[in-house]
Design a protein around this ligand. Structure first.
Ligand code: ZN
Ligand code: ZN
Length: 578
């Protein structure tokens, strides 16, 4: 019985119409997903000129007999969907059976496949199957696509440069490798190995093979579950941020997906642990009932919609935040030798023989604990809260030098104070009956009509915090009181800035987001600036407050607030120890 059936027209119509093949990476994607569906555990992608000249995929999957090999190029042929209802329970990766047919209509295809010791060779050019012949038996499938779009010049010109096409393919294979640590992937371009994973079924090892040692040794493991979701994976420490979101690897039921709500939850979890514009590396596996997932909203199948997305984003947010909280380290000013080793990126993990088989795997310790040096350089949050730091003095009116029995600390006074204020204000926000101070001189602010309306719509948020705001004639408001925690530097212009913040957040107003921006802005303005003299007792007060913070290591914008020189490092610096 043939494994491949022809999809009913009715079902075909249910699949959103859309161009499947638009670039080399989409050809690679369709073919590699076919290999995965065929049960392959070893998949090689060999590109020439980024795929522009040729794309070859070799797998060790189950292969096809002659009948299936021929049928696989007909429109709507699919081995994966049998009846209409199955569309809602798609658990295999690919389902757009027409992929091979559309590829074959715009390129030259050479297929060699073998199932049960019967090999078949099929050649197609421009949709014309001109060769179907028996061939030698080699388990699996090898398919080569050349001259992509040779007969459709209009689409040919949309292919990008070799570098861009290659980059798209690499990104796809990297993400896929992370979603399938159990499959060994190799991607070569012009015979050079670009991506190689061992199929060890160990996610952290796959992360290592993709990102290198510096990243894999700075990942924190996460685990969480609820009635509907099972979450596992790794999230990067804030010390290994990237400048784009490409490294948010989210995998739902084994499939690499994109979902804006999930991305936002990840980003929000790192709030104040990182700079704006920098993004963490994460690999998160989400297992859930397939009926909660709608993968069919986009032909490329990466964008998904999910039911119960709020439940999911809440668990994700909490889990990541907790992992960061429990593992944050005070940055060491000097990286000692044992840490230095960790900083060398891309140490090859595996040694390959000439058949590219892994002959030996260099053992690398992934135990995060091993990065500690003899001296205790790792100070976790709960320990930090009990620390006592003694101020020594101030440098350039900007940095505070402090000490304790473990070593010497340098703090950025503004960043440290800002952190203290930020956490204080966030706590005040949560109070049910905020206390307020009447203003000696009420502040009157005149607005344009549209700004006035935007402000009035959301002024309740400020009133809940303890601001007393009254209307005063046309488009004018008056502040009569402000929350008590709003202290120095907070008259006049700064209240105007708060009003502006309400107005600029007016579109799709989100209370939590607004309150966070408000806390950041106010804490920055309330904090001691650079070039401000501090007395020793003021410094001591600041140090005492800082150590009690949930995240004493960064200001609310993610800048570092404190650095440590351990005694050992000081001694090494001055050659007291060698
Ligand atoms: Zn600031
Ligand atoms: Zn800051």
């Amino acid at each position: 019985m043939s494994k491949i059936r022809v999809m009913s027209e009715n079902l075909a119509n249910k699949i959103a119409a859309g161009e499947v093949v638009e670039k080399c990476a989409s050809v690679v994607k369709e073919l590699v997903e076919n290999s995965i569906d065929a049960g392959a555990t070893n998949i090689k992608v060999n590109l020439i000129d980024g795929g522009l000249t040729s794309i070859n995929i070799i797998d060790n999957g189950s292969g096809m007999d002659k009948e299936d090999a021929v049928l696989s190029f007909s429109r709507h042929a699919t081995s994966k969907i049998y009846k209409d209802d199955d569309l809602y329970f798609i658990e295999t990766l690919g389902f757009r059976g027409e992929a091979l047919a559309s590829i074959a209509s715009v390129a030259e295809v050479n297929l060699e496949t073998c199932s049960k010791e019967i090999g078949t060779h099929v050649h197609i050019k421009g949709g014309n199957m001109d060769i179907v012949e028996p061939t030698s038996a080699r388990p699996g499938t090898s398919i080569t696509i050349t001259n992509l779009f040779y007969n459709t010049p209009a689409r040919l010109k949309y292919l990008k440069s070799e570098a861009t096409e290659l980059n798209n393919c690499v990104q796809f294979i990297e993400k896929l490798s992370l979603s399938r640590p159990d499959i060994a992937f190799t991607l070569t371009n012009n015979d050079r190995v670009v991506v190689k994973t061992s199929g060890s079924n160990n996610l952290l090892k796959t992360i290592h093979e993709i990102y290198g040692l510096n990243v894999s040794s700075n990942m924190l493991e996460i685990k969480a579950s609820s009635d509907d979701f099972e979450i596992t994976g790794f999230v990067g420490k804030p010390s290994i941020l990237k400048k784009n979101r490409n490294h948010f690897n989210t995998i739902v039921n084994g499939r690499v997906v994109r979902n804006n709500d999930i991305n936002r939850a990840i980003n929000d979890a790192y709030n104040t642990y990182k700079h704006e514009g920098f993004y963490p590396i994460v690999v998160i596996n989400i297992e859930t009932d397939p009926t909660l997932v709608d993968v069919n909203i986009h032909p490329t199948k990466q964008d998904i919609k999910m039911s119960k997305i709020e439940e999911l984003t809440e668990i994700l947010y909490k889990t990541i935040k907790e992992a960061l909280y429990n593992n944050l380290l005070i940055p060491n000013a000097i990286v000692d030798e044992s840490l230095n080793k960790v900083d060398i990126p891309f140490i090859p993990l595996s040694v390959y023989d000439k058949d590219n088989k892994v002959t030996e795997v260099v053992q690398t310790s992934f135990d995060l604990g091993t990065t500690k040096s003899e001296e205790e350089t790792v100070i976790k949050n709960e320990t930090f809260k009990r620390l006592k730091l003694y101020p020594v003095g101030q440098v350039h009116g900007t940095y505070i030098i402090a000490e304790n029995e473990d070593g010497m600390f340098i703090l950025d006074q503004h960043a440290a104070h800002e952190r203290v204020n930020y956490e204080m204000i966030k706590k005040k926000f949560a109070e049910e009956t905020p206390s307020y101070t009447d203003m000696l001189v009420p502040l009157q602010i005149e607005l344009t009509t549209s700004d006035y309306e935007a402000f009035m719509e959301n002024k309740g948020v400020l009133e809940d915090l303890g601001f007393k705001i009254e209307e005063f004639g046309i488009n004018t408001i008056v502040f009569k009181a402000h929350p008590t925690w709003l202290t120095k530097n907070f008259e006049g212009d700064n209240l105007r800035t708060i009003v502006d913040l309400v107005i600029t957040n007016h579109k799709n107003f989100n209370k939590d987001r607004f309150l966070d921006s408000l806390a950041k802005m106010v804490s920055c303005k309330m904090s001691v600036k650079a070039n401000e003299h501090l007395s020793l007792s003021e410094m001591e007060g600041l140090l005492n407050d800082l150590v009690k913070c949930d995240n004493p290591y960064n200001c609310c914008h993610g800048r570092p607030s404190i650095m440590k020189f351990t005694n050992y490092e000081l001694e090494k610096m001055f050659k007291r120890v060698i």
